[in-house]
Write a protein of this length. Structure first.
Length: 234
C-alpha cells in the first residue's frame, strides 16, 4: 500500500495554474495570441440584420445561417420591409435553419414592434431587446456587444463547454457560467474574448475532438489530467 501510494504521488503532475485566476490570465493571453482579430462570424450589415442572424443561429450553425440570410435580406433588410413580408414567405426562406415556424413568427413580430415602438431602430438596452419576440439574453448580449460595443459575455455551447473543461466554473447553467466568467476576466476584454473562446472551441477544443486533455490549452492547464471531462449541459 505504501509503495502504491508513493508511485501515484510520483506520477502526479500538478497544474502550473492552480487557481481560476491564474488559469483565466493564461487563457486570456493565449487566445489573444491565437486570435488577434475577432470578426463576427455571422454575416450582417447593421444592428438589425445582426439581430436577425443571431436569432436564426439558435440550434443552427453560423455557416448555415450565412447561407440563408442573403436571400432573406435581399427580400427585406429593414424592419419596415420585413413587417410587410408574409410569415409563410419568411418561413420558406429560413427553413434550413430549423425551428422555422417559431423563428419566422418572431422575425415578423419583432420587426413590427421595432417599427411601431422604436421608430425602426434597434433598442440599445438589454431590457428592451429581451422584450422582443424570440430574443433571449444571449441574443441580446451578442447584439449589445457586437453592434453597440457594450461589454457583454454571451455564453453559447462552446463557451459553456470550455469554461467547464478549464475549471473556470461549475457550470450548472449558462447563467452561472456567464457570471463566473465576468468575474474572472477584465470587463474591457469580454467582447473579443467571448468570440475567441468560440473560435477555439470550434477549431481545437471541440465536443468530440477533445476530452479535456487533448487540445493545447487543456494540456497546458492540466498536464496531469487523466479523466475525461464530462460537460454538464446547460
Amino acid at each position: 500500500m505504501v509503495l502504491r501510494l508513493r508511485k501515484q504521488t510520483l506520477n502526479f503532475v500538478p497544474s502550473p495554474y492552480p487557481t481560476r485566476e491564474t488559469r483565466a490570465a493564461f487563457i486570456d493571453r493565449r487566445l489573444a495570441e491565437l486570435y488577434p482579430e475577432t470578426p463576427v462570424p455571422l454575416a450582417h450589415q447593421d444592428a438589425y440584420t445582426l439581430l436577425i442572424a443571431v436569432l436564426l443561429s439558435a440550434q443552427c450553425t453560423d455557416k448555415r445561417v450565412n447561407q440563408v440570410t442573403p436571400d432573406l435580406f435581399a427580400l427585406a433588410a429593414t424592419p419596415e420591409q420585413m413587417m410587410r413580408v408574409p410569415v409563410g414567405e419568411i418561413q420558406r426562406i429560413i427553413r434550413p435553419c430549423g425551428l422555422s415556424p417559431q423563428k419566422a413568427k418572431a422575425i415578423a413580430g419583432l420587426s413590427r414592434i421595432l417599427v411601431e415602438q422604436h421608430a425602426g431602430a434597434i433598442p440599445q438596452t438589454f431590457e428592451a431587446l429581451e422584450e422582443l419576440p424570440g430574443v433571449g439574453h444571449k441574443t441580446a448580449s451578442v447584439v449589445m456587444a457586437q453592434a453597440f460595443g457594450v461589454p457583454a459575455f454571451p455564453v453559447d455551447t462552446h463557451i459553456h463547454r470550455l469554461a467547464q473543461r478549464w475549471k473556470l466554473t461549475r457550470g450548472r447553467s449558462v447563467v452561472q457560467t456567464e457570471a463566473n466568467l465576468k468575474m474572472l476576466f477584465p470587463r474591457e476584454h469580454w467582447n473579443p474574448l467571448h468570440l475567441r473562446m468560440i473560435f477555439y472551441g470550434r477549431e481545437h477544443c471541440t465536443a468530440r475532438g477533445c476530452d479535456g486533455s487533448i487540445c493545447e490549452i487543456c494540456r497546458e492547464l492540466f498536464p496531469g489530467r487523466t479523466r475525461v471531462v464530462t460537460t454538464r449541459k446547460a
